[in-house]
Design a protein around this ligand. Structure first.
Ligand code: THU
Length: 134
């Protein structure tokens, strides 16, 4: 699975975004170790705070199907679904990823000319995880 292919899955998922309030459409594609991909989109709500980000939609879909063996995620987003700048995962999504992924977990972020490859550790340094509770 190439980063480009994973991003194309995220772009497809972005097409399903339910974002009538912000108009900001996001898609995510989460890769598992056996090649299975779980996609997600943002799902907004009139009460605003129940809104779920695309990344968490994908993660929760996967975990609820018994998967936790994630090997990469691709994310794309933009106003009206037009990808211009990077759509970096929000702080809550970074922390949810941290629950299941290590610091070297690859995060591919789409932009208009391609993608930027980062790691979860880049996005969430000095993170709080299960080891912190010991
Ligand atoms: N959003 C995501 O889906 N993922 C992120 O990481 C950033 C924000 C969504 C939430 C909301 O529906 C819209 O983008 C504007 O914040």
């Amino acid at each position: 699975m190439t980063p480009e292919k994973l991003i194309s899955m995220a772009v497809e998922a972005m097409g399903k975004a339910y974002a009538p309030y912000s108009g900001f459409r996001v898609g995510a594609a989460l890769l598992c170790s056996d090649g299975t991909i779980y996609t997600g989109c943002n799902i907004e709500n009139a009460a605003y705070s129940p809104t779920n980000c695309a990344e968490r939609t994908a993660i929760f879909k996967a975990v609820s199907e018994g998967r936790r063996d994630f090997t990469a995620i691709a994310v794309c987003g933009g106003k009206n679904g037009i990808i211009a700048n990077l759509c970096t995962p929000c702080g809550v999504c970074r922390q949810v990823l941290r629950e299941f992924c290590k610091d070297d977990f690859p995060v591919y972020l789409a932009h208009k000319d391609g993608f930027k490859a980062l790691t979860l550790g880049d996005l969430l340094p000095y993170s709080f995880g299960e080891d912190s509770l010991k």
